[in-house]
Structures are given as C-alpha cells and as structure tokens.
Write a protein that binds this ligand. Structure first.
Ligand SMILES: Nc1ncnc2c1ncn2[C@@H]1O[C@H](COP(=O)(O)OP(=O)(O)OP(=O)(O)O)[C@@H](O)[C@H]1O
Length: 299
C-alpha cells in the first residue's frame, strides 16, 4: 500500500510548481509535507489524487493510479474548504457519505460519533453557514474521514483552528493512524510535523530539499543545540571552538554546536564559572534544519 512518486514534475506554462519529486510514503504512517507558500504542496496532493495531470513522472498507490472521485478508499481535506453553506450538516454528510458508498444510517451513526468527539453534537441540524470557520473545518474533516479511508490526504488540516481544536484534531489524526490509516498532511508549521510524523519531506520552490525519517534527518544533520542556564554571563562561550552560533537567553544561552564532542569541551570550560542550573544537549529542530538547507528564515 505504499504511495510512490517517481520523478514527478508539474509545470503550469513556464512555471515549474513541482520539480522532479521522488518519494516513497510508507503504509499506515503519518507523512508530513512541509514548505512555505507556493512550495508545491497542494499541487503535489492534487496530482496524487488524480485531480491534476502530471507533466512528467509517475505516481502509484498499490501499483495503480488514484482516481479520487471514484475511490471510497481515499479521504481528502482540500485546502480550499468546499462545503455547501445552505445545507444542514446531516444532509451534507449523508450526500457525501453516499458518494463514498455508505448508507444513510451508517453516515448518521458515524457522524454522531464524530460530532460528540468534537464536542459539537448540536451542529447536526445546523446549516454550515451558521457555523464559525473553525467549526466548518471540523465538519469538513469529518467528511474526509467518515467513510474510513485507507489513505487520507489532509491539506493544512490545522490552519485557522484555535489551540484547543488543533489538539482535538491532532488526537483524531493520531487515532486514525493507529487504526491503520496512511496519512499524508501538509503544514507550514514545523512543530506539527515534528510532533506527528515519522517521515517527512520539505519542499522549497517545488524542489525537495530534505526527505526521510525524522530521526535520520536529525541524526544526519549532526549539529546539536546546547541549552545552558547559569547565574553568571556565558558570553565567553561564543569563542569556544566548535560553537556555530550563540543566542543569549534570559537565564543563560542557547548554542548551536558542531557535534556532541563540543559539548564535552564546553562542560569543562564551565568549571569554576558559577552555578550551572541546566545543561541540555538537544537534537536540532526542523526549523534549524530548514534554515540551513534553504538558507532563509522560515515561519
Ligand atoms: N492552476 C494553476 N495555474 C498556474 N499556477 C499554479 C496553479 N496552481 C498552482 N500554481 C502555482 O504553483 C506553485 C505551487 O502552488 P501550490 O498551491 O502547490 O503551493 P502550496 O505549497 O500548496 O502553497 P500554500 O502553502 O500557499 O498553499 C505556486 O507558485 C502557484 O502559483
């Protein structure tokens, strides 16, 4: 059930939106697509789903192409949310569920379960236009998963949600993954991918700049972050060999260092420099990795 992209390119006229992208997205896993505005995430999803022609390359799932409009095995939360404003939530979901091969009573049972889980059971007979944007998004998420798809593609699932709803949706996504759904999602936010995904890809201007397992990506990056809290000034550490960058914190400093051995030397250099309250060697964040690979700050 692996999703495979082989050397996939999409051009819109002269503009290359996706540039020779090759990926293997493992089954029953959560895969993260990171990238800034216009990086090519939505275009890639639309090609995976068969909603957009591929200019060059191949995409297969279980060795076959995907036709989202004809498959009840796929769920898709598009970036541009597309519910019918005048329809009641119940009627809308029954309509969409039937398109995915469900009966009315199956849809109603699943829908009630999801609305209760999202703590909005009263929305079942409300028109979509009566709901806030964030709550409409929850309904659209339900419409993407109500038929229990095997492959779920979520385009920016957390954007526009308040922190409580982000958590609620994250938990739902993790549960679906544990039940065996393969999930691919895009985000602008590194921390969401860092928290949820085993494998990821960072796109920049249509090109893949990083790809692989989160653990491997961090390990192969080599550099580490060292956080030190102390009573005395630590500015002298700026000039220690192996220190790449120094950032002063209210309680001490954060250093980017070349490798673990440098932390050993810094530990020795701190002897006799007052009371050290914290000395933590951490993996680099995805943000650090992105900045290094793309050479630009990233939000
Ligand atoms: N139908 C189209 N016609 C022409 N250009 C397009 C079309 N769709 C997308 N593009 C261009 O392709 C590039 C990639 O767009 P895409 O929507 O895939 O990016 P994205 O990573 O999803 O960005 P965002 O995070 O802003 O949604 C952009 O430069 C965009 O302008």
């Amino acid at each position: 059930m692996t999703l495979v992209l082989k050397d996939v390119t999409k051009r819109f006229g002269q503009h290359t939106a996706v540039d020779h992208l090759s990926l293997e997205i493992p089954e029953k896993e959560m895969f993260g697509f990171l990238g800034g505005n216009g990086a090519g995430k939505t275009t890639t999803f639309r090609m995976i789903l068969g909603l957009l022609d591929i200019t060059e390359g191949e995409i297969s799932w279980n060795g076959d192409t995907i036709n989202y409009n004809k498959s009840h095995l796929i769920g898709y939360l598009p970036e541009e949310r597309g519910l019918y404003p005048k329809l009641k939530v119940r009627d809308q979901l029954i309509y969409l569920g039937k398109l995915r091969g469900m009966t009315k009573s199956e849809v109603e049972k699943e829908l009630k379960g999801w609305l209760e889980r999202f703590k909005v059971p009263e929305y079942i007979d409300k028109k979509v236009e009566e709901l806030s944007k964030g709550n409409q998004q929850k309904i659209q998420f339900i419409s993407a998963v109500i038929h229990k798809p095997k492959l779920l593609i979520l385009d920016e699932p957390f954007s526009g949600l308040d922190p409580i709803n982000v958590e609620m949706l994250k938990e739902a996504v993790v549960d679906l993954k544990e039940q065996g759904t393969s999930i691919v999602f895009s985000s602008h936010r590194m921390e969401h991918v860092e928290e949820l995904c085993e494998h990821l890809c960072i796109l920049h201007k249509g090109k893949q700049v990083v790809q692989g397992s989160l653990r491997e990506i961090k390990r192969s990056f080599g550099k580490k972050n060292l956080i030190i809290h102390a009573d005395e000034s630590l500015e002298f550490l700026k000039d220690q060999p192996g220190v790449i960058s120094y950032k002063a914190l209210t309680e001490g400093c954060e250093l980017q260092i070349e490798n673990e051995n440098v932390s050993q030397a810094i530990f020795s250099a701190l002897q006799g420099k007052g009371f050290i309250r914290k000395f933590d060697l951490e993996e680099p964040s995805l943000n650090d990795i992105f900045i290094e690979k793309v050479g630009a700050s990233y939000e």
